[in-house]
Design a protein around this ligand. Structure first.
Ligand code: FES
Ligand code: FES
Length: 160
C-alpha cells in the first residue's frame, strides 16, 4: 500500500487538493499531477535552477521541496507570470525584447529567479544580478542578455 497524504496547495491562484506520496517532489507534483510542465527539471543534483518556483513568495528549488511541505501554502510557477488577459509579465516581455533566451530550457527558472531578485533588490546592479543568479545555469546565452533582461524588467516594474 502506498503511503500518501492529501494536500491542498494554491498554485497561481487556483486551489488544488490532491493525494501525494510523502516522497513526491514539488516539481513532480506540478508536472505530473497538475500537468503544469512549464517548470523544468535540468539536473538531479539541485544545481541548475531550472525548477525554480516561488513558495509563499520566496524562490525555491521545486526539485528539493516535497509536495507535502506545500500543504496550505501558495506556489507561483512560470505559468503564473502571464496576466489573466494574456498579456506578458514585464519579465517575460524583457526576456523577449532583450534576447534573454536561446534554447529556452533554463528560461522558466531564470524568470522565476528574476522575479525574486527584482522583488528583493529592485535596484540591483549587473554584478548583483549575476551574483544572485549563481544558482541558475544556462548553457546557451553566456548570461549577458539574461542580465540585461532582468535589469530591463526591473526598470519597467519600477515605473509601473
Ligand atoms: S532540476 Fe536542477 S536544481 Fe532543480
Ligand atoms: S537558453 Fe538554453 S540553457 Fe539557457
Amino acid at each position: 500500500m502506498t503511503m500518501g497524504q492529501t494536500i491542498t496547495v494554491t498554485v497561481n491562484g487556483t486551489v488544488h487538493t490532491a493525494e501525494v506520496e510523502h516522497r513526491t517532489l514539488l516539481v513532480h507534483f506540478l508536472r505530473e499531477q497538475l500537468n503544469m510542465t512549464g517548470t523544468h527539471i535540468g539536473c538531479d543534483t539541485s544545481t541548475c535552477g531550472c525548477c525554480t518556483v516561488h513558495l509563499d513568495g520566496d524562490a525555491v528549488l521545486s526539485c528539493s521541496t516535497l509536495a507535502v511541505q506545500c500543504d496550505g501554502r501558495e506556489v507561483r510557477t512560470v505559468e503564473g507570470l502571464q496576466a489573466a488577459d494574456g498579456s506578458l509579465h514585464p519579465i517575460q516581455q524583457a526576456f523577449h525584447e532583450n534576447h534573454g533566451l536561446q534554447c529556452g530550457f533554463c528560461t522558466p527558472g531564470m524568470m522565476m529567479a528574476a522575479l525574486g531578485i527584482i522583488e528583493q533588490q529592485p535596484n540591483a546592479t549587473d554584478d548583483e544580478i549575476r551574483a544572485a543568479l549563481e544558482g541558475n545555469l544556462c548553457r546557451c546565452t553566456g548570461y549577458q542578455n539574461i542580465v540585461a533582461s532582468i535589469r530591463a524588467a526591473a526598470d519597467q516594474m519600477a515605473r509601473s
